[in-house]
Design a protein around this ligand. Structure first.
Ligand code: NAD
Ligand code: UDP
Length: 314
């Protein structure tokens, strides 16, 4: 059955892939975005699609429209960007979430909130299970993002408890792939762009901190499964459990690009989590989902994307 689906944040990296997947399933997609970090280029092909509508709108303000399902991805995600205007980041995840939950309530629409592994903060439990409450600084530079995502999760469960809104929560771990902005500031795009341009690879701190990197296609499959699952609301971790130090990532990118860039060390940002790896047992059991694309394969696809974008010959 064809549905009308609202994707808030649909012009961003993840949102643009989600819009494509939903259109491929035959649905009508309304993409709402204020373009603070998103780009119309990500929607280039979609704008001509008869089932696709783009509306420039800030989710901090209420919106009225008809939809059967609502995905809330509208928030800056890169530490560089979410720290530029911390109050706007907080509003996107709290006021924006509230507004979109109200819209879900009005429409009796299913809702999905893009939460994050950041809600675990600098985790003391490793790997991170959904039952872990986290270790988060309330007053640090990352707090506008971490705490607003935590509050967004609270709103989801309370709209469900009070009004029966079918609000679902996914906790997304570091995801990468085509449509990331070259100036996004996150580690995978930074390293690839630096390597392709022959610039120094900027490793923050000693590079001993770890992250688990998930290719975007795996994430989109997981998100769609969560929305489709009946009587399942999460929170559920969606990430690739492969864990790498940032130095290992730098070395992999240098190798995969054949770059002659050298590694330079820059100061470690405040409150940078030391380790991160999802426990995905819940997603495996309830959704039959697990990531399929290893980091080495995902890097090749992402490098090809940036080569094209930056017009660098392979
Ligand atoms: P992105 O910055 O590429 O996309 C976010 C999109 O939301 C952009 O198009 C931006 O313009 C839009 N937006 C931001 N604030 C808005 C507002 N107030 N009103 C309307 N639109 C607004 O980031 P992304 O990586 O695609 O992340 C998408 C979502 O997934 C975010 O909510 C992010 O917190 C979450 N997430 C992403 C990752 C990841 O690794 N990519 C990890 C965890 C969670
Ligand atoms: N990082 C780095 N060099 C960069 C960008 C990031 O060493 O050019 C590190 C950052 O300090 C963190 C990790 O890479 O430890 C992941 O950073 P990112 O901003 O991608 O996401 P985070 O998981 O911190 O939100």
């Amino acid at each position: 059955m064809q549905k009308t689906i609202l994707v808030a944040g649909g012009a961003g990296f993840l949102g643009s892939h989600l819009c494509v997947a939903l259109l491929e399933q035959g649905h009508k997609v309304i993409c709402v975005d204020n373009l603070v970090t998103g780009r119309k280029e990500n929607l280039e092909k979609l704008l001509k699609h008869p089932n696709f509508v783009f509306k420039k709108h800030d989710v901090i303000k209420p919106i009225t429209l008809k939809a059967d399902e609502i995905y809330h991805l509208a928030s800056p995600a890169s530490p560089v960007h979410y720290q530029k205007n911390p109050l706007a980041t907080f509003q996107a995840n709290v006021w924006g979430c509230w507004n979109l939950l109200e819209l879900s309530k009005k429409n009796k629409a299913k809702f999905l909130f893009a939460s994050t592994s950041e809600i675990y903060g600098d985790p003391l439990v490793h790997p991170q299970i959904e039952g872990y409450w986290g270790n988060v600084n309330t007053i640090g530079v990352r707090s506008c993002y971490d705490e607003s995502k935590r509050a967004g999760e609270t709103l989801c469960v309370d709209f469900r408890r009070m009004y029966g809104v079918e609000a679902k929560i996914v906790r997304i771990f570091n995801t990468y792939g085509p449509n990331m902005d070259a100036g996004d500031g996150r580690v995978v795009s930074n390293f690839i762009v630096q390597a392709l341009q022959g610039k120094p690879i900027t490793v923050y701190g000693q590079g001993k901190q770890t992250r688990s990197f998930q290719y975007v296609d795996d994430l989109v499959t997981g998100i769609l499964k969560v929305m489709a699952a009946s009587n399942f609301y999460g929170p559920v971790n969606l990430g690739n459990p492969g864990e790498f130090t940032i130095m290992e990532l730098a070395e992999k990118v240098i190798k995969a690009t054949g770059s002659r860039s050298r590694i330079v060390h820059k100061p470690l940002p405040q409150d940078d989590p030391k380790q991160r790896k999802p426990d995905i047992a819940l997603a495996k059991k309830t959704l039959g989902w697990e990531p399929k694309i290893p980091l080495s394969d995902g890097l090749v696809k992402t490098i090809a994307y940036f080569q094209k974008r930056l017009k660098i010959k392979a």
